[in-house]
Design a protein around this ligand. Structure first.
Ligand code: KIV
Ligand code: NA
Length: 265
């Protein structure tokens, strides 16, 4: 299959073809999603919650994400792989941001990086893009600034809309090839999608964007507890795996497993 490149994102917007993305943190899911035709895989710092067992994304480090990103990038044939820059790896300025982006590109085989923030990350995005590394921007609700935003709150409502529009324009001007809109009202996302030349990717931003992205563990029914309203569950993997574990344990207890066909002479 022909590799997805940034040009594919631009063409998809032009042609009205929806772009699809899922997070992935390992080579098993990367292979499955790639073969299913998902356009891009984000090795999100949501690995903090979903793989590493942290409560938030804040403690996640570059050193933790690099092996996960390498696993995903090494497993795909077609999908575009985006490395998520964790909290504390780019806020200090353009040079720090470039240093982190270069590490991901050299050490993982990812095809682009993503970082949070609109106007506030303008310099960082510009510096990375000038060095030949594609940047996916991320505005609206940005989990790394949860405490600054005052919680897991929808962005771009009321007076917040103007800031959201300014952020969208800022990341496009800085050279981002696409922008993730997280948890913003569908109508705000529609306005941004119409205003921008670069494609918009919705995570809880409604249907009017150029593409959709979800955290795969939410979507596949692995995340314990409440999942966000905007997630539609497409599988019940927790149920499937839990039932498999119980069935295997029962077979072992009953002496049914391993049978002769699972044993060596
Ligand atoms: O880390 C992540 O999974 C993300 C997406 C939800 C946008 O940044
Ligand atoms: Na993230």
């Amino acid at each position: 299959p022909k590799r997805v490149r940034t040009r594919h994102f631009q063409n998809a917007k032009r042609d009205g073809i929806k772009i699809t993305g899922l997070t992935s943190y390992d080579q098993l899911t990367a292979r499955i999603f790639d073969e299913a035709g998902i356009d891009f895989l984000l090795v999100g710092d949501s690995a903090g919650n979903n793989v590493l067992g942290y409560e938030t994304t804040l403690p996640v480090t570059v050193d933790e994400l690099i092996p996960l990103t390498r696993a995903v990038a090494g497993a795909v044939q077609r999908a575009f792989v985006v490395a998520d820059m964790p909290f504390g790896s780019y806020e200090n300025g353009a040079e720090e941001a470039l240093h982190t982006a270069v590490r991901f590109m050299k050490e993982t085989g990812a095809h682009a990086v993503k970082l949070e923030g609109g106007e506030r990350s303008h310099k960082q995005i510009r510096r990375i893009v000038q060095s030949g590394i594609p940047v996916m921007a991320h505005i609206g609700y940005t989990p790394q600034s949860e405490h600054g935003l005052g919680g897991h709150i929808i962005q771009g409502r009321g007076e917040g809309l103007e800031q959201l529009l300014a952020d969208a324009v800022a990341v496009q001007e800085a050279g981002a090839f696409a922008v993730v809109l997280e948890m913003v009202p569908a109508d705000a996302a529609r306005q941004i999608t119409e205003r921008l030349d670069i494609p918009t990717i919705s995570v809880g931003a409604g249907p009017h964007t150029d593409g959709q992205l979800l955290v795969w563990t939410d979507w596949a029914g692995l995340t314990p507890g409440r999942i966000p309203k905007f997630v539609k569950q497409y599988a019940d993997l927790a149920g499937v795996l839990g039932a498999a574990a119980k069935a295997w344990q029962a077979d072992v207890s009953a002496g049914v497993y391993p049978g002769p066909e699972h044993s060596y002479e």
